[in-house]
Design a protein. Structure first.
Length: 228
């Protein structure tokens, strides 16, 4: 059996995968959706530990596909680095990625980092970043935008500043990057720099909300490619 460990991005929660989980389970896969805590003083390393703990619950012998959306690209790569024997494939969905020592602020344009810091200082007591509006994630339909707006959470600033610690073990795990078009950031370039195969998908950054069946099908194709 294949277990998909689906890790949400910044400002989101496990609910981000609510529409993707049913088609994966209908295809016979198991799913885990760890919750990346958004409390004060939480950083990227805390999120890595949460994902690693989820990996530890998967029974021996199961094939694991570890999926990270956006910010969680950094999280899942470090989690896989700590559990290389437990992860068979890493998949990034419009995911940030880089070598050892990478962080969101290190990869993103300076203007992004400046805007995030300013928002945390002005509206988040200096430690949390208020969520952007749904349209910043490419969600413009009225119903989906309302659904997303009522669920988005502030994000701890430290998760954007803390760098990854990679031993190199993750680089021996096959990886694929699903890159949404039109692009918001050069996720294809980040993926290629760490040796991942890139696959385009027409849809917004939050494609799991707008095209869940398509995304699920692509994830299942990665499973089939690995097991064939």
């Amino acid at each position: 059996m294949t277990t998909f460990v689906l890790v949400h991005g910044a400002w989101h929660g496990p609910w981000a995968w609510d529409r993707v989980v049913p088609p994966l389970r209908a295809a016979g896969a198991r799913t885990l959706t760890p919750d990346l805590s958004a409390v004060r003083d939480v950083g990227l390393r805390d999120h890595v530990q949460i994902v690693a703990a989820a990996l530890d619950t998967v029974p021996d012998g199961e094939d694991v596909v570890l999926v990270g959306h956006s910010y969680a690209g950094l999280v899942v790569r470090e989690a896989a680095d700590t559990r290389p024997g437990a992860v068979g494939h890493v998949v990034l969905v419009d995911g940030w990625a880089g070598p050892d020592g990478s962080s969101m602020f290190g990869l993103a344009p300076d203007a992004f980092a400046e805007a995030v810091r300013a928002a945390a200082e002005a509206y988040g007591d200096g430690w949390r970043v208020p969520s952007p509006p749904p349209e910043r994630f490419g969600i413009t339909g009225a119903d989906d935008a309302a659904w997303l707006a009522e669920r988005l959470l502030p994000q701890p600033l430290r998760t954007f500043t803390e760098p990854t610690r990679l031993s190199g073990a993750v680089d021996r795990i096959p990886g694929t990057a699903i890159c949404c078009r039109p692009p918001t950031y050069p996720f294809d370039r980040f993926a290629e720099a760490v040796g991942y195969r890139t696959v385009p998908l027409d849809g917004p950054h939050n494609v799991m909300l707008t095209h869940p069946e398509t995304l699920a099908r692509m994830l299942l194709q990665e499973r089939e490619a690995r097991t064939s």
